[in-house]
Design a protein around this ligand. Sequence first.
Ligand code: 5GP
Ligand code: MG
Ligand code: MG
Length: 183
Amino acid sequence: MDQSDVSGDLANILLTEEQLGSKLDELAAKIDADYAGKDLLLVGVLKGAVMVMADLARRLHHPVQMDWMAVSSYGSGTKSSGVVRILKDLDADLTGRNVLIVEDIIDSGLTLSWLVANLRSRGPESVEIATMLRKPDAAKVEVDVRYVGFDIPNEFVVGFGLDYAEKYRNLPFVGTLAPHVYS
Ligand code: 5GP
Ligand code: MG
Ligand code: MG
């Protein structure tokens, strides 16, 4: 297999690099305005949110701090169960902080609703969510997402941080995989 070219693995490009970039411009402008004069801690959820975090943070004029958390939701393959385990916790103390969770995608919303409750229990001033992508199923769970990039169809997507078996995270766009990749 040719490791250098994955274009044959993709069925469809859903969001181009340009579309992602202009959406991030919009989100960054809103965040700058909303947090003007306030302290802000961005919390990225590893590993998927790495690209969103890097590209969003560089568009902010607001001075922010960045911290990272790694969680794993127990569950089979592509569905999360809502039972979450912390693999890497934050370094920062959240007492009195304004926290903005930065996510790649919200699917069922189970992981994120657990995370919000967990971070709220640490005494922050506020906890909000920014996500690049959101799927329709997310609407079934009570998660109040302040900043959403794109609502997308209920399909498995890769790229811009999102993986399939740890591959495709470095694609600068978001796409769907060709069926032959799964088999
Ligand atoms: P949730 O708890 O919202 O169902 O799941 C969130 C996590 O599932 C995301 O952070 C992501 O890691 C994974 N996930 C959900 N949908 C997709 C998808 O379409 N593609 C990929 N690559 N991962 C997804
Ligand atoms: Mg994620
Ligand atoms: Mg994954």
